[in-house]
Design a binder for this molecule. Structure first.
Ligand code: FAD
Length: 456
C-alpha cells in the first residue's frame, strides 16, 4: 500500500479529517488528492478591469483547491443543528454540536482568535420575527470573514504540509475496490490505500455520482434551492446583523405554503459570481477588515424545491434555470425590486439612478423571464414580510440578482460511521449530500478521522 489513508478533496471536510488523523496518530501515512491548486496559487482571473466576468477556468479557483469552496467564503461557521446539513441524523445532535465546537476551537488556535461569536440565544429579534410570521432559527455564528478565514487556512496548511502528502492539481479519475483496500487513479498514476475518505464537495458532485454508480453505492436526490440574492443599504438590516451577524429566517408563503428562507447574509459585503460546472450563478462575501467593507448588505432568498418520482434530476432543473439567466444576461441578471413589481426590466440608467450602488457588475434585466412564477411569487411575498421587521427591504431600489441556486449533492447512503456499503470507503462533507456548510463539513471530517484511526 502507498498510503494508510487517502483523502480525496482538500476542502474543510478533507482538511479537518487530515488534521484529526495527524493528531490521533502521527505515524499514519495520509495523502490528500486535490483537483485544484495549492492555496497560494488560487486566484480568480476576474479583476473587474481586463476580465470582468467568468472565463470558465479549467479548475475554478473559487470552488477548488486547498480550502475547497470555503476558501474565499465569508467564513461563517454556524454552530447549529437547525441548518447547514443533517449530520446529526447520522451521529446524533449532541455529538454533532460538540464536533462543531471542536472545529471552532481549532480555528481559534490557527489564527481566528479575536473574531466574534454571535448567538441568537436570548435575542428579542426572535419575538419581533414571530409577530410577523417569520421564524428566526437558533444558531451560534463564528464569523471569521474572508480575510481571517484565509489566514486560518494558511496556518492549517503550514501545520499539515510536513505531516500529510498533498497532491495538488491532481483530480482523481477513479476509485476501485481491491482486495486490501482501494486503488486511486489520477491521470496515468495509480496509488493504493487501505482506507479512503471521499470529500469532493459540490464541485465534485458529478464525479461522485459516477463513482457511486460504478461502485453500486445507493444514492438519493430530490432537492434544489432556487432564488435571488438581495442587496440593500446596510442600515436596513443593521439591527439584525449587528446583533446576530447572520439571521436565518424562514417564512411560509400564504399563497402556496412554500418555505422561503434567508441564506448566507453578508453585512457590508459584496455580491460575487459563482461558477458551478460552467454555469454562472450569484453568491456573496464580506470582510472582517473594516477597510474592505461596503455600504451594502446582501443575502439570498431561496425557495426549496423537492421533487417526487419519476423526476430525479433536481440539480439539472436548477441548472436549466441558471442557464436561462446566463442566456438572457450573459451571466447574472440584476433587477430593482420596484421594476420587478411594475413588470418592467431594469435598465442600466434605472440602476444608475438608484440610491444604491451595486457591488457586482451584472446585466440589468427582468428576473420574471427567468424564475418560475411560483418561486418568484414566494420571493416577493417574503420581501414584503421582511419589510415588516426590517423596513426598507421592499424599497424600489432594493437590488435582486439572479439566479442564486443552491445545488445539493445527491445523498450518498452511509451508515452511522459515514461509511458506505463498501468497507473502509467513507464519504464526508458536502459531497455526501449530508452537509451543506463549513461547520458541518469540517465536523464530519473530524468524526470520520476518529472512527478510522480508532482501530489503527
Ligand atoms: C462563495 C461561497 C461562499 C460560502 N460561504 C459559506 C459560509 O460563509 N458559511 C458556510 O457554512 N458555508 C459557506 N459556503 C459553503 C461551504 O464553502 C461548503 O459547505 C464547504 O466548503 C464544504 O466543504 P467540503 O470539504 O465538503 O467541500 P468543498 O469545500 O467543496 O471541497 C471539496 C474539494 O474537493 C475537490 N475535488 C472535487 N472533485 C475532486 C476529484 N475528483 N479529485 C480531487 N479533488 C476533487 C474540489 O476541488 C474541492 O477543493 C460557501 C460556498 C461558496 C462557494
Amino acid at each position: 500500500m502507498n498510503f494508510d489513508i487517502i483523502i480525496i478533496g482538500a476542502g474543510p471536510g478533507g482538511i479537518f479529517s487530515a488534521y484529526e488523523m495527524t493528531q490521533i496518530n502521527p505515524n499514519l501515512k495520509v495523502a490528500v488528492f486535490e483537483a485544484g491548486h495549492a492555496l497560494n496559487k488560487r486566484c480568480c482571473p476576474i479583476d473587474g478591469d481586463k476580465i470582468k466576468t467568468c472565463i470558465g477556468c479549467k479548475s475554478c479557483s473559487i470552488m477548488s483547491g486547498f480550502g475547497g469552496a470555503g476558501a474565499f467564503s465569508d467564513g461563517k461557521y454556524n454552530i447549529t443543528n437547525d441548518f447547514g446539513g443533517t449530520l446529526y441524523e447520522h451521529i446524533g445532535k449532541k455529538q454533532a454540536l460538540e464536533l462543531m465546537h471542536y472545529v471552532d476551537a481549532i480555528n481559534m488556535r490557527y489564527g481566528g482568535a479575536g473574531t466574534k461569536l454571535y448567538s441568537t440565544s436570548g435575542t428579542k429579534l426572535k419575538k419581533l420575527c414571530v409577530q410577523h410570521d417569520l421564524h428566526l432559527l437558533d444558531a451560534s455564528v463564528r464569523h471569521l470573514g474572508t480575510d481571517i478565514n484565509y489566514v486560518v487556512l494558511e496556518n492549517l496548511y503550514d501545520y499539515l504540509k510536513s505531516r500529510v502528502d498533498f497532491f495538488f492539481d491532481t483530480p482523481v479519475d477513479s476509485v476501485t475496490a481491491i482486495s486490501s483496500g482501494y486503488e486511486i487513479k489520477c491521470g496515468g498514476n495509480v496509488y493504493t490505500c487501505e482506507k479512503c475518505v471521499i470529500s469532493v464537495g459540490r464541485s465534485g458532485s458529478k464525479w461522485m455520482e459516477k463513482i457511486c454508480e460504478k461502485l453500486c453505492i445507493p444514492t438519493n436526490s430530490n432537492r434544489v434551492d432556487i432564488g435571488v440574492r438581495v442587496e440593500l443599504p446596510a442600515e436596513v438590516f443593521s439591527h439584525l446583523t449587528d446583533e446576530l451577524y447572520e439571521s436565518k429566517i424562514v417564512y411560509c408563503t400564504k399563497e402556496y405554503g412554500d418555505k422561503v428562507r434567508t441564506f448566507c447574509m453578508n453585512p457590508r459585503g459584496a455580491v460575487v459570481n459563482e461558477n458551478t460546472n460552467g454555469i454562472i450563478t450569484v453568491n456573496g462575501h464580506s470582510y472582517e477588515d473594516v477597510a474592505r467593507q461596503t455600504e451594502n448588505t446582501n443575502f439570498a432568498l431561496l425557495v426549496a424545491k423537492h421533487f417526487s418520482e419519476p423526476f430525479k434530476d433536481s440539480n439539472g432543473y436548477g441548472e436549466s434555470i441558471a442557464r436561462l439567466s446566463n442566456m438572457l444576461g450573459g451571466g447574472v441578471i440584476v433587477q430593482r425590486f420596484g421594476d420587478l413589481i411594475r413588470g418592467r426590466r431594469s435598465t442600466q440608467s434605472r440602476i444608475n439612478e438608484a440610491f444604491i450602488t451595486p457591488t457586482l457588475k451584472a446585466t440589468p434585466g427582468d428576473l420574471s423571464l427567468v424564475l418560475p412564477k411560483r418561486i418568484l411569487d414566494g420571493i416577493i411575498e417574503m420581501i414584503y414580510a421582511l419589510d415588516k421587521v426590517a423596513p426598507g427591504t421592499a424599497n424600489d431600489d432594493t437590488l435582486l440578482y439572479g439566479v442564486e441556486v443552491k445545488f445539493y449533492n445527491m445523498e450518498v447512503a452511509v451508515n452511522e460511521n459515514l461509511e458506505t456499503c463498501l468497507k473502509n470507503l467513507y464519504v464526508i462533507g458536502d459531497g455526501s449530500g449530508i452537509t451543506h456548510s463549513l461547520s458541518h463539513a469540517s465536523a464530519s471530517g473530524v468524526y470520520v478521522a476518529r472512527k478510522i484511526t480508532a482501530d489503527k
